[in-house]
Design a protein around this ligand. Structure first.
Ligand code: DQA
Length: 149
């Protein structure tokens, strides 16, 4: 089974209690279970992680680059300013799907910029936790190379 890293940036472990009107009531544990279940159905072995630490996130990007692993990434606030993370992600050898629970384009001005988007294969935003399921599906289709993704 192909391994996929599902990486989550700052504050995402607080899903369920953090601004539920924006991010919903499901918890990070719910998100982990959803991703693992979607992965099982798609034939992907999903490794879900979260960090509030930019250095740790960069180390995970290096690991994905070295092991040629596909990545589904919610960079959270790093999206909007972390050139260091972007430079790490530029080294990936397999698909990178940027995901967001909310639709940053419909929110505050500072969220309209993603410094990550330019090195991602594509971006899925605004579908709540379903954004992750759609991203995993995109990864599966890209890996299958059947031209539908
Ligand atoms: C987010 C959107 C970002 O702007 C924000 O900083 C987050 C979560 C989302 O999933 O909607 O932390 O990435």
């Amino acid at each position: 089974m192909t391994r996929v890293l599902v990486l989550n940036g700052p504050n995402l472990r607080r899903l369920g209690v953090r601004e539920p009107e924006v991010y919903g009531s499901a918890t990070f544990e719910d998100l982990t279970a959803l991703c693992r279940d979607a992965g099982r159905r798609l034939g992907l072995q999903v490794d879900v992680r979260q960090t509030d630490d930019e250095a740790e996130m960069i180390r995970w990007a290096h690991e994905a680059a070295d092991e040629r692993l596909p990545v589904v990434l919610n960079p959270a606030a790093f999206t909007h300013y972390s050139y260091a993370l972007r430079d790490a992600l530029a080294q990936l050898k397999a698909p990178l799907v940027e995901v967001h629970i909310s639709n940053p384009a419909a929110r505050e001005e500072f969220r309209h910029t993603s410094v990550v988007a330019g090195v991602a294969t594509g971006t899925i935003a605004g579908f709540g936790m379903t954004s992750y399921v759609l991203a995993l599906r995109a990864v599966a289709e890209l890996l299958a190379g059947d031209g539908t993704a």
